[in-house]
Design a protein around this ligand. Structure first.
Ligand SMILES: Cc1ncc(C[n+]2csc(CCOP(=O)(O)OP(=O)(O)O)c2C)c(N)n1
Ligand code: SF4
Length: 480
């Protein structure tokens, strides 16, 4: 009887972390659904890394998709990237560190939809990276939308009547498309439909990594992988579907194997020495002349926070633009959640007489809170002596802080009374300029003119600014 070439081992591969960064009672489990092909692919990849003795050299690029938490599992170098960009980032990593073994791990939505340009050009350039392409024919993480690889006729949330070629095109055969290019050294399609296929998948993953170790250029393994949850099948049925249906649409086997004949690619050109870069990029490194307001010692660190749609980012932009126009050093850094609507939104603005070292605002001296959750979240960060404006009738009982002035005004309601609650952010800006007059009105007006696109809104915003300023001045005079 011939010896099996590769064996699957029981127990955890050495390059997995002993415990995963999860809730206390889940530390020995992955986050994947039972029967998910990602878990199996992780195990195969981990074993191949161990067997090749490359753990210390591996940099793993995690995608967006169900496998986004790859970095929780592998004790190697890890980078998590934006949706679809894994092979582009892998390219950069490999060029910067040619001695590293760079693995780009991607789902089919990530690689074949949003990242289709990146994968095509990485393969075409023959980048010396290895791509693990987990094709489950669906967008798993987001609940089952059609992917370019979805089988014809398959019902998904975006093709409720089944994928129709006249509407949605044909399933994209990534391995075949890429193997028509000159760049790749190794491409194989494998499946996770039964133990035999799984053993073959491991062999292919190992070969793809060997191609990179030998410096032969781009290698990719496409793994036909079960997604029982979204396919609404049990794990056994999902494996059958992979074995019998997916392999019919996507034929298995090596599409390119130049391991024996290809010569190593030349190493990337060494980058120019650091001190040469400003000259090459024509960057003027002379210190910039002092700003018009450099003697004032102004150093405002402003945090603006609320829900998406409350004009948080625009308010920050207006302050930064007006400050820049007035000769201050400024920065504006937006930060918002992945939700399309009504997610949290905040931005960091710095206004200073001296160059700004970092755009981050961690200890604001001014907090503009457009809603109560933002007030509660950021109030503890406000520096002593700071000012907080809160969009509400009253400051909640437990939101007073000694040494910090917290002032509530119903900015959105005030804006509503003059035309639209949406201008609440500008009413707040007016109030801020009354209480902390660091920017001239005409500079704010100039910024409004540049950033507000329609005449109607410009007029409303001007009125909103005046309304906020007058209301805050009145309040001050009552307190005086
Ligand atoms: C720029 C951007 N667009 C869309 C999304 C939403 N999104 C998150 S995961 C995903 C699909 C992932 O599907 P796939 O790559 O097939 O991976 P799977 O979850 O099936 O493993 C999408 C569209 C996002 N996070 N970022
Ligand atoms: S939804 Fe599908 S791809 Fe995502 S973890 Fe579950 S089985 Fe795996």
């Amino acid at each position: 009887m011939s010896e099996p070439l590769y064996t699957l081992k029981c127990g955890k591969a050495g390059c997995f972390y002993p415990e995963y960064e999860r809730k206390a009672d889940l530390k020995d489990q992955t986050h994947y659904c039972p029967g998910c092909g990602h878990g199996i692919t992780h195990k195969l990849m981990a074993e191949a890394i161990d067997e090749l003795g490359i753990q210390d050299r591996v940099i793993l690029v995690s995608p967006v998709g169900c496998s986004v938490f790859l970095y929780y599992y592998f004790d190697v170098g890890n980078v998590q990237v934006a949706h679809g960009r894994a092979s582009a980032v892998a390219t950069a990593l490999k060029r910067a560190r040619p001695e590293a073994i760079v693995i780009s791990y991607q789902g089919d939505g990530d690689l074949a939809a949003i990242g289709s340009a990146e994968i095509l050009h990485s393969a075409n350039r023959g980048e010396n990276i290895t791509v693990l392409f987990v094709n489950n024919g669906i967008y798993g993480m987001t609940g089952g939308q059609m992917a370019p690889t979805t089988p014809v006729g398959a019902k998904t949330t975006t093709t409720p009547r089944g994928r129709n070629v006249w509407n949605d095109g044909y399933p994209l055969h990534i391995s075949e498309v890429l193997s028509s290019l000159e760049g790749p050294s190794f491409i194989e399609r494998v499946a996770l439909g039964n133990p035999k296929q799984i053993l073959q998948a491991k062999k292919a993953i190992r070969k793809a990594l060997e191609a990179q170790i030998k410096g032969l250029g781009f290698s990719l393994v496409e793994v036909l992988s079960p997604c029982p949850t979204i396919w609404k099948m049990d794990p056994v049925e999902a494996q059958r579907y992979v074995r019998e249906e997916m392999t019919r649409i996507y034929p298995l086997g090596a599409k390119r194997d130049r391991l024996a004949e290809a010569a190593p690619r030349p190493l990337p050109e060494a980058p120019p020495p650091l001190e040469e870069i400003p000259r090459l990029l024509k960057i003027d490194t002379r210190p910039s002349p002092p700003s018009a307001r450099h003697l004032e010692g102004l150093e405002d660190r402003i945090k603006i926070a609320g829900f998406g749609g409350q004009g948080v980012l625009l308010l920050g932009q207006l302050i930064a633009e007006a400050g820049m126009d007035d000769g201050l050093e400024v920065s504006w850094l937006p930060s918002y959640g992945p939700e399309m609507r009504s997610g949290t939104s905040n931005c960091h603005v710095r206004l200073a007489s001296k160059p700004v070292d970092s755009p981050l605002v961690t200890r604001p001296n001014i907090l503009l809170a457009m809603n109560e959750p933002s007030l509660r979240k950021f109030l503890p960060d406000v520096a002593d002596g700071g000012l907080v404006l809160y969009n509400g009738q009253h400051v909640p009982e437990d939101c007073h802080r000694p040494g910090v002035r917290v002032l509530a005004m119903p900015f959105a309601e005030m804006a509503d009374s003059i035309g639209s609650a949406k201008a609440g952010n500008i009413v707040m800006l007016g109030a801020l300029m009354a209480l902390h007059p660091v920017l001239p009105d005409e500079k704010i007006d100039g910024a409004l003119k540049r950033l507000v696109k329609t005449e109607r809104w410009l007029e409303l915003d001007r009125a909103a600014f005046a309304c906020g300023k007058n209301a805050a001045l009145e309040l001050e005079s009552c307190h005086a």
